[in-house]
Write a protein that binds this ligand. Structure first.
Ligand code: NDP
Length: 397
């Protein structure tokens, strides 16, 4: 059962429908049923899947959700709605006795604060119920953590420096648009930066650390250190890491728009009174910005996301770069969604396949790097996200 019918939900629906041998019965449920119906129509037309249904659900209403899960009877819920719904969906999964997977960690609505503590607190309940919850199985978090697990398993005795680099080298032709839910995206990038060094978190001003990095097939792009959720679990699961950072590219135009949005108060998440009615400026802004799901048409260029790693193997220092490039146009041609939705939806579907085929199934709550990366990476290229690696290269960071 897939919850959420946005850009990522579209890709997940398409990809699951392509694999009826794993996903024999699919339900796509979301707040707006007409969006589910439109996606289902396209996904079924493209794949010929025989058992694809849709439903309306408010994922913040646990009894409603439990009733829907019980009526459909899935093995698992694939949550690609919004991070605000993580906990209610986890509660419903426990009550209905099904496995859980998501792509983004819980955030309370009234505070832009993302950390795993709320979801890690479900560990005993999932364990006792014999159920699995897989957290953060998109691209970043998701594949970046699986890349790190692969590096740790096959290429390093100890990882010392980890730099996750996320470049969107694409152009959608709009003056300003976000590539996934604008509310979630703007909350994330206007936060203070944070990275891990020598056993502690170092905080920076937003966009304080900047470097020009070169991305395969794209070239040089200004890249900025920001906080990203997978750092929290990676430094816990790989204690040899001395420094872990996350870099994302932003163009000057984008940053100018963002600065104006902040300066005029449109990124505020506290309610203001307007015409006798409470509105949240950032939620209003979301309504007037382009829908990320509509960006695919004419979106050119590629994304390039990967991990640049320095550490020790057999007593010698080594550098290693592992990455995926994804073409927006190819993603759109296949699924009707742009590359950012595609690079999130494919890993979510593949993670679900790992669970359905019992390769990633153990009772409890886990981040993706806690599972065997091999079967996942063995299939990722075939499912649309080829990955590449290079040894002993200049990491630039
Ligand atoms: P969208 O905003 O396009 O879609 C979100 C969907 O969730 C919409 O269909 C929306 O319904 C639905 N929804 C919202 N609230 C509820 C609710 N209470 N009950 C049921 N459905 C609800 O987002 P994206 O598809 O771009 O992103 C989906 C998720 O993926 C987000 O959590 C995002 O953070 C995550 N993500 C993760 C990435 C990664 O690499 N790990 C990268 C990009 C995104 P409606 O249509 O009615 O508004």
């Amino acid at each position: 059962m897939i919850i959420g019918a946005g850009g990522v939900g579209r890709v997940v629906a398409y990809k699951c429908a392509q694999h009826p041998e794993v996903f024999s019965h699919i339900m796509l449920a979301s707040r707006t049923k007409s969006k589910c119906d439109a996606i289902a129509k396209d996904a079924v037309a493209a794949s010929g899947h025989q058992n694809f249904t849709t439903a309306k659900v408010d994922a913040e209403n646990v009894p409603e959700l439990v009733a829907l899960i019980k009526s459909f009877g899935p093995d698992m819920v694939l949550h690609v709605a919004l991070p605000y719904q993580d906990l209610t969906i986890m509660d419903a999964c426990l009550e209905a006795g099904v496995h859980y997977l998501d792509t983004a960690n819980y955030e309370p609505k009234d505070e832009a604060k993302f950390e795993y503590s709320w979801q890690w607190a479900y560990q005993d309940r999932f364990k006792d119920a014999g159920l699995t919850a897989v957290l953060g199985c998109g691209f970043d978090p998701g594949v970046t953590s699986i890349f790190t697990a692969h590096a740790a398993k096959h290429h390093f005795d100890e990882i010392h420096y980890l730099d996750i680099v996320d470049c969107n080298g694409g152009d959608h032709g709009k003056a300003f648009a976000t590539n996934f839910n604008p509310e979630i995206n703007i909350r994330e990038i206007t936060q203070k930066g944070r990275y891990w060094e020598n056993g502690q978190w170092i905080e920076t001003e937003p966009f304080e650390i900047k470097k020009e990095l070169n991305y395969p097939n794209i070239g040089a792009r200004n890249s900025y250190v920001l906080y990203h959720e997978e750092l929290e679990s990676l430094v816990k699961n790989y204690p040899s890491i001395k420094r872990a950072r996350f870099w994302m590219t932003f163009g000057d135009e984008y940053l100018t728009h963002l600065r104006v949005i902040e300066n005029i108060g449109m990124s505020r998440i506290d309610p203001v009174m307007y015409n006798g009615q409470e509105i949240i400026p950032l939620k209003f802004l979301k309504e007037v910005l382009p829908d990320p799901g509509s960006l695919g048409d004419n979106y050119v260029g590629e994304t390039s996301i990967g991990c640049r790693i320095r550490g020790i193997k057999d007593g010698k220092e080594r550098t290693y770069y592992i990455w995926n490039n994804c073409s927006h146009a190819a993603a759109f041609k296949e699924t009707g969604a742009q590359g950012v939705s595609y690079t999130t939806g494919v890993p979510a579907m593949l993670g679900a396949e790992m669970m359905m085929t019992k390769q990633w199934l153990k009772p409890g709550v886990f981040n993706v790097e806690e599972f065997n990366p091999d079967p996942f990476l063995a299939k990722m290229g075939e499912y649309g996200l080829e990955w590449q690696e290079a040894f002993d290269v200049d990491l630039e960071v």
